[in-house]
Design a protein around this ligand. Structure first.
Ligand code: BGC
Length: 901
């Protein structure tokens, strides 16, 4: 039976209200009871009214029956869409036998503000903020960070506007951007659940606005209230005074519209939020609260009128916001000295606490945050470095008071509370986990508890570092978009989360930071403008774009960024000497065991390898986009780089050039990198591989000796070259250096270093950059990878370690659910696989015992070392490396290998 399409998405979002492209793309997922089904054709209709869509009248677009197997990223080709309009769409499909489905349920998408000229609202600020001397009255000094020194931040800024409406509302939308960040309320009620909104950008180039459906919040008399906080909008980064823009569109039942726009009539004041900074923390004096300030009929005569000001270009924030996603209860509460209480949440994470307290007016409760404690159990805040990470709440003394900070976040596991009136209990504090709310799409679990724990640590660490940009860490005085960290973990992140919106936004940040000469910064947005990036950091531009294409079949991303990516690669090219890139390397194979900068893998080796990597990928992109001349040139150039690279670094294996006669001076990473990109000449491949293995086994007793770069590629190199068992053994080491060691030492996320270090310096306990290993759990341990972009052609090839009993992984991909699980059952092995409609897969069935039989369901498909009965959906290909390979179509399969051991 054929089912109607489901899970309809527009620009990867479900019923979005924030679309700001005139050509949105549609995707849907297909279901069918038969195996090996594919879509042969589809028909989409888009209507201006829901009733039209219901009756099948696509007044804006009727695609007609389109012969196509594609069900993702179908570009809208209908009549022009307009700002603030809602559109309705549905889709049906035909299967390979020509059967036609019912139409899907109706989905919606809504255009936000498409044209600059559709912005009628003005940027506003307070007059005093413009003037250096006058603004100091509204600022406090906040010092943090070796790189930052002393800066000034603003007290929380309170802004309000009243207005009346006299007709019946059909719907209302509010578009807002408040810099640095804002909290919005209407008629006393907080609107939405966004935190630290908008997403961080380089505000000189662009700021993002968010769209809210406020239809249900408006009455006849209304007040909009906005509080502005500092976030990243700091003068130190070149952003001088806070500002706000708000445009509310009201569409009445009679289809007339009205706009309520920020202008000079809006009013400014101050309130209870004093200090508020992401590094420093928040200070809230509840005695200064202003009852009724965000309700109508409030006397604001003492408030100051806004003035108009300049503001950055605006774009819609088409990615999930930062939200609270989990509530954590403290696991332990203790005190080592009177009046000082420590709460332990048992988990390192990102967010803040919620305090419940009763006490006399003016009592000051101080909350400090840390990742670790010292041997006495006292807070050790060294890993925060200069980030003060302290929240202060001053009681108003009116019964139970609840405080949670508005405009800060911390990376912590422990808090210390002082000044609490009385003795706090476990119920006085809970913690809120916040991060960019990317939906989790991957699930992985196996019988090895250590591997499950590594996976868990990575999930916590990855989410902690989705803070509207991919950050390095959440606790110390950095929290920046270090691109090396981002590019090394992008594949892991894509396996675990729906990140397409998140990284699409980040690629724009990268593009916007590009200099005329093509250089980009290590840190993006370039709050720390470190130009030009180390090539292992700069590659983020090309690597992330490539993965968005590879896993989401997102060609548009390649089109949009091609010219700029090319400019970047050309910049590298201009700076090479005979195809070796000596320049720009600063970090290389960063943070290997025992050091920060690798002493074993030359920086120019890593730089040149990335130069090759980026040129090669760009050549593939040029090919995909049909840019033939570029393709020819880049392909040829990558060959030349490869040759120069081999000439310089390859002897018997890849070694440090200066000491090339001493073959031992090599590193794991030096040999991992060329193997990963197939750069090793065929006749030397064996030697290079055995060098790598001996570096791992003999020199390091099955431990990593890699920094973040080598670690990223190690697992794939070993597995693709037939040594998955070695990868597995390294991953499950419990001794130093390794993931198991971290966990044994109490890590609940991943550390920045392989060592347990607890002083200030490069010692974060919540860095994600070594988290790249997680994709191996999906790709190899459970065996799910894709051979073609967008999961059209999958490969299921599980590696089954002798001491693991079962493993299971599911991925909600753009094509639909992909699942593989395997389980040893006495002497048998059972594998369950699910492939979505429209995809096919190579199915690699492990058969370590030649004589074993294989069943699919109840049918014997393999017997006496040969294919036996045939089954629908399954086509035998060959036997290779102890696997039987089949081609399978969509559907659900259950294989039994008997005996397996
Ligand atoms: C960051 C890293 C980053 C590195 C670059 C550190 O301070 O925390 O994760 O990639 O600097 O050198």
């Amino acid at each position: 039976m054929i089912y109607p399409p489901h899970n309809l998405r527009c620009e990867y979002l479900k019923n979005p209200i924030e679309i700001d492209t005139p050509f949105p793309r549609f995707s849907w997922i297909l279901r069918h009871e038969e195996r090996s089904q594919i879509q042969k054709a589809y028909q989409i209709i888009v209507s201006s009214e829901k009733e039209f869509a219901e009756s099948g009248n696509g007044d804006l677009w009727d695609s007609g029956k389109v012969e196509s197997e594609n069900n993702v990223n179908i570009v809208y080709e209908g009549k022009e869409v307009k700002s603030s309009m809602i559109y309705y769409w549905k889709v049906k499909w035909w299967d390979k036998n020509g059967n036609e489905s019912e139409y899907s349920e109706i989905a919606k998408f809504e255009i936000a503000i498409l044209l600059e000229s559709d912005w009628k609202a003005k940027w506003i600020t307070r007059e005093a903020f413009i003037d250096k001397k006058k603004r100091e009255k509204f600022q406090y000094k906040s010092g943090f960070g070796v790189f930052l020194g002393m800066i000034r931040e603003y007290y929380g800024i309170y802004i309000r506007k009243e207005f009346s409406l006299f007709k019946k509302i059909k719907y209302a939308r509010l578009y807002i951007c408040g810099l640095g960040c804002y909290e919005l309320s209407i008629n006393g009620k907080k609107i939405g659940d966004r935190i630290l909104d908008p997403a961080w950008t380089d505000y000189k180039k662009i700021a993002l606005y968010s769209t809210y459906d406020v239809s249900d919040f408006l009455k006849e008399k209304n007040a909009i209230g906005v509080i502005l906080g500092n976030s990243r909008y700091l003068d130190k980064f070149g952003y001088i005074y806070p500002k706000l823009i708000v445009q509310t569109l009201i569409r009445y039942e009679d289809d007339t519209t009205e706009l309520i726009c920020s202008d000079k009539t809006w009013k400014f004041s101050q309130g209870p939020i004093l200090e508020n900074g992401i590094y420093l923390g928040e200070k809230y004096d509840a005695r200064l609260e202003i009852p009724g300030w965000n309700n109508p009929n409030f006397n604001d005569s003492s408030w100051e009128n806004a003035i108009l000001c300049e503001g950055p270009k605006l774009a819609s924030q088409m990615m999930p916001p930062i939200r609270v996603t989990q509530l954590l209860r403290p696991q332990n509460l203790y005190s080592n000295s009177p009046g000082k209480y420590i709460y332990d949440f048992g988990q390192n994470f990102t967010g803040f606490i919620r305090l419940k307290v009763r006490g006399p007016r003016g009592t000051e409760v101080i909350i400090r945050h840390s990742e670790i404690v010292d041997h006495n159990g006292n807070l050790n805040t060294a890993t925060n470095r200069i980030a003060k990470a302290t929240d202060v709440y001053i009681l108003k003394g009116e019964g139970e008071e609840i405080f949670e900070p508005h405009f800060t976040y911390h990376g912590f596991r422990y808090i210390e509370i002082t000044g609490f009136p009385g003795v706090p209990t476990l119920n006085n504090i809970e913690a809120l986990f916040i991060h960019t709310d990317v939906p989790q799409i991957g699930n992985f679990y196996c019988s090895n508890t250590l591997i499950n724990q590594i996976h868990e640590n990575i999930i916590w660490g990855q989410l902690s570092n989705f803070m509207s940009i991919p950050t390095d860490c959440p606790q110390r005085d950095e929290r920046h978009g270090w691109m090396g960290d981002a590019q090394l973990t992008v594949e892991e992140a894509i396996f675990n989360f729906d990140t397409v919106g998140f990284y699409t936004k980040y690629l724009n940040d990268i593009r916007l930071c590009q200099k005329e000469n093509g250089a980009i910064s290590d840190v993006v947005p370039p709050y720390w403008p470190f130009y030009p990036a180390d090539p292992a950091w700069g590659t983020a531009y090309i690597t992330i774009a490539w993965y968005l294409y590879w896993y989401y079949d997102n060609i548009r991303i390649l089109e949009e960024h091609y010219d700029y990516m090319k400019k970047y690669v050309e910049f590298l090219n201009r700076n090479t000497e005979e195809n070796i890139l000596y320049k720009f390397g600063k970090y290389g194979d960063w943070c290997p065991p025992g050091s920060i900068v690798s002493r074993k893998t030359p920086i120019e080796h890593v730089c040149t390898w990335y130069y090759y990597h980026d040129t090669l990928i760009l050549s593939k992109i040029a090919h995909i986009l049909g840019k033939d001349q570029d393709y020819q040139l880049l392909a040829k150039r990558s060959e030349e780089i490869k040759e120069a690279y081999n000439q310089r670094f390859l002897k018997d294996a890849y070694v440090i050039p200066k000491l090339s006669l001493v073959d031992e001076t090599t590193s794991q990473t030096s040999n991992i990198l060329p193997l990963y990109l197939n750069m090793v000449p065929e006749k030397k491949k064996g030697k290079v591989l055995s060098k790598l293995l001996s570096c791992i086994i003999e020199n390091h007793d099955y431990h990593v000796d890699t920094g973040i770069v080598g670690t990223r590629y190690l697992w794939d190199v070993l597995t693709e070259n037939g040594h998955a068992d070695v990868a597995y053994r390294i991953i499950t080491q419990e001794s130093y250096p390794g993931y198991g060691y971290m966990i044994k030492e109490g890590a609940s996320t991943l550390w920045e270093r392989w060592e347990k270090l607890e002083g200030s310096g490069m010692n974060s306990h919540n860095h994600i950059m070594l988290g790249s290993v997680d994709s191996w759990f999906y790709k190899s341990l459970t065996g799910i990878s894709t051979l073609e972009p967008g999961w059209k052609k999958i490969r299921i090839k599980p590696y089954i370690p002798p001491d693991i009993e079962y493993s299971s992984a599911s991925l909600n991909t753009i094509k639909g659910l992909i699942h593989c699980s395997w389980e040893k059952n006495y002497k048998n092995l059972k594998i369950i696989v699910e492939i979505p409609v429209g995809s096919g897969s190579e199915m690699w069935i492990p058969i370590p015992i030649k004589e074993s039989e294989v069943k699919e369901g109840n049918t014997m498909i393999w017997k006496d070392e040969n294919p036996f009965e045939s089954v629908d959906g399954l086509e035998y290909k060959e036997v290779k490396d102890n696997y039987i390979i089949y081609e399978i179509g969509s559907g659900y399969y259950q294989f039994t290998i008997n005996p397996y051991e």
